[in-house]
Ligand binder design. Structure first.
Ligand SMILES: [Zn+2]
Length: 263
């Protein structure tokens, strides 16, 4: 007892001090504990994106893809993040969309009928981009590594194939590609709030985000985790977004407004 434990503790503390970087989310300014570097997360995002795109069917609808890219680029610009952005439209009935770390965005054709307009789609993409910019994936990977006791060996843990499911799960991809696991309530509300600001900055009417969530609620929960997850309730999200409009409308009014048009 004594010396061994003390030296172990001081070594552990040394490792933790070196690994933990305290970051702050944009807009909400929430402090985060992040154990993985941006480079690690970006490469994980890039690799997962490639695998998803290989497995899924890329839409051949050139006009709709061009709309996705254009709205996505406007949101990306509003985020101020200098990622290697990529946007793809995936041919699937899933009412879903994602943005992986490093700015790799996928929109499923199934969400278009709920998005309905360019502004509705901007609300969807604003929300997804906000997950990435606020490093929600990195936070979840960090929590996963802590649970695993892999604190001292983040590099090795990140490269270990056996940890792949944990890492992808933390990214929200789950074992089965194309099915995104819902983030927790805290991350969802935060992505809603940040995304609302991004869409307003980009010139899309933020009131359309409220309408989007009402349509999501009316669409029912067809088992599409990211957007029809039961928590938080879509109508509660709509109400929360509505209460934020008074702060966000001035941002929209000051932007180069883009008229809302049907998709
Ligand atoms: Zn989300």
């Amino acid at each position: 007892m004594g010396e061994n434990i003390l030296s172990y503790l001081s070594a552990a503390l040394f490792v933790i001090m070196n690994l933990v970087s305290c970051e702050t989310t944009p807009v909400t300014e929430r402090k985060q504990v992040i154990l993985v570097s941006d480079e690690q997360m970006d490469s994980l995002g890039e690799q997962s994106y490639k695998e998803i795109l290989q497995k899924e069917k890329i839409s051949q609808d050139k006009a709709m893809t061009a709309k996705i890219v254009s709205i996505g680029q406007a949101i990306a610009k509003a985020s101020g993040e200098d990622y290697k952005w990529e946007f793809n439209l995936i041919d699937s009935d899933a009412v879903n969309a994602f943005c992986l770390p490093g700015g790799k965005v996928g929109v499923y054709t199934g969400i278009l009928k709920v998005a309905q307009s360019n502004a509705g789609l901007a609300a969807v993409m604003g929300h997804e981009v906000a997950h990435a910019v606020a490093k929600h994936g990195a936070e979840r990977v960090s929590q996963g590594l802590i649970v695993q006791g892999a604190l001292g060996a983040v590099d090795i843990a990140m490269k270990d194939e056996r940890n792949k499911d944990i890492l992808l799960g933390a990214l929200g991809i789950g074992a089965q590609f194309g099915v995104l696991m819902p983030y927790g309530r805290k991350h969802e509300s935060e992505a809603d709030r940040i995304g609302l600001i991004y869409m307003a900055k980009a010139g899309f009417d933020p009131r359309e985000a409220v309408e989007l969530w009402k349509r999501m609620a009316a669409n029912g929960s067809g088992g599409m985790p990211e957007f029809l997850s039961t928590h938080p309730d879509p109508l509660k999200r709509a109400a929360a977004l509505e209460s934020q409009l008074k702060d966000v409308m001035p941002i929209y009014e000051a932007s180069k407004k883009i008229p809302t048009t049907k998709l």
